[in-house]
Design a protein around this ligand. Sequence first.
Ligand code: GTP
Ligand code: MG
Length: 189
Amino acid sequence: MGFIKGLIKGLKPGGCHGGGRMHVEGLKKLVLVGSPNVGKSVLFNNLTGSYVAVSNYPGTTVHVSRGRGKIGREEFEVIDTPGMFSLRPITEEERVARLILLKEHPEVVIHVTDARNLERMLPLTLQLIEAELPAILDLNMMDEAERIGLKINTERLEEELGIPVVATVSTIGKGVDLLKTRVEEYVRY
Ligand SMILES: Nc1nc2c(ncn2[C@@H]2O[C@H](COP(=O)(O)OP(=O)(O)OP(=O)(O)O)[C@@H](O)[C@H]2O)c(=O)[nH]1
Ligand SMILES: [Mg+2]
């Protein structure tokens, strides 16, 4: 997957479509990415307070939500991106999600997945790692996964991937505190 590094090198920072003008001054950025319908927006609402802005990404009709959320002692700008399957964009939504990842220099990228379909979702996790983005894997919808008898060994997955892996049920906030702790650790080291 060396092509991803090629993509990054080919992108000049701070170009005309960059998120530069949308920066909330001084705040580190936490970006949520993942396939459509996996719970990114529910998690976004869990992580952010009441101040949320929804705007079109410059030059597109794609909506991006930005909010602020405190994790540990630090406040982050939390960004909810449109659903993406791959860092190689096909749709406009994927193009926007990729631009946010590559141009806004997030401190943390949470890859939100549907734990029931992990196999289908792991390729994007691998692409994020390959692109050297600071990724955390969120196995969301664990309630549904457990209901159909799925068991996932998160420690083993962490070892194999070399990134933090956390299980959540975003709709009831389960696992979200642990996810925040992992973000805190990630940013600190
Ligand atoms: N059972 C269960 N449902 C969840 C969980 N997280 C999210 N959902 C539901 O899944 C659906 C999709 O959630 P969203 O947060 O809108 O998903 P999204 O990833 O933002 O989707 P897009 O914006 O289309 O990319 C909603 O009906 C949520 O209530 C979870 O952990 N468990
Ligand atoms: Mg959403």
